[in-house]
Design a protein around this ligand. Structure first.
Ligand SMILES: [Zn+2]
Length: 228
């Protein structure tokens, strides 16, 4: 289910029958091995594992009710939660594995296909804003995307520039996807940025303004394709 309806291709049939009276099963369809063999299947197993780790942890810690958000360490490529005040980190999974599904093996900015191992975990609004205290929450999962090295730190890479409004809209769409599709990072995105799409849009507008005020220069990837 994404948004208000099911996706066009189903990867399983639920044959359990109405009221759990035994018999039947969840049957995987042939589309599943087909998907895993395709380009979009790159990192599928790793992503499934990442999602599962997130779900398990959310159950264990009762994340939304406890008001605990999954946090990210982009440099270490790590998602974690902090319990208590003792700053005890519980490692969850790799940022890359958790975010790859949405981007389907493509750079967030230029949308070129990139092998998962060659992607950078990038702060959409540059990390320098956090470092200087201008955007203390810039380390949130809401602000992390996977980028090719060219876009992140190539000759005409983003560095400490502000992504264009077109790209901010794309980030908004991505974060909405994570909440609407019941992705395990849903609660975290909502805790960090707002419970509905209007709240999240306004959250991003504020961050965009902060970034513009401090970094001035706008950035677009080289040879960017228009959004569909
Ligand atoms: Zn790129």
């Amino acid at each position: 289910m994404v948004g208000s309806g099911p996706v066009p291709v189903r990867f399983f049939e639920d044959e359990r029958g109405g009221n759990g009276g035994g018999g039947g099963a969840i049957r995987l369809t042939d589309d599943l091995p087909r998907l895993s063999a395709s380009v979009q299947g790159t990192g599928l197993a790793e992503e499934a594992e990442a999602r599962w780790r997130l779900v398990e942890t959310a159950w264990q810690l009762d994340l939304p009710r406890a008001g605990v958000a999954v946090q990210a360490d982009a440099a270490q490529d790590l998602l974690f939660v902090e319990q208590d005040r003792r700053i005890r980190r519980t490692s969850l999974t790799r940022v890359r594995a958790a975010l790859n599904g949405y981007q389907r093996g493509c750079c967030f900015y230029c949308q070129a296909e990139v092998p998962l191992t060659a992607t950078d975990v990038d702060h959409f609004f540059p990390w320098v804003l956090k470092e200087r205290g201008e955007m203390p929450d810039a380390d949130g999962v809401w602000n992390l995307v996977l980028a090719c090295r060219g876009c992140n730190r190539g000759e005409r890479g983003k560095f400490a520039a502000v992504p264009s409004p077109r790209l901010v809209a794309r980030l908004h769409k991505r974060n909405n996807y994570l909440t609407d599709s019941h992705h395990p990072l849903r609660e975290t995105i909502m805790l960090q940025t707002g419970v509905d799409t209007e709240a999240r849009a306004s959250f991003l507008r504020v961050r965009q303004q902060i970034a513009r005020d401090h970094l001035i220069h706008e950035w677009e990837p080289v040879g960017a394709e228009a959004d569909v």
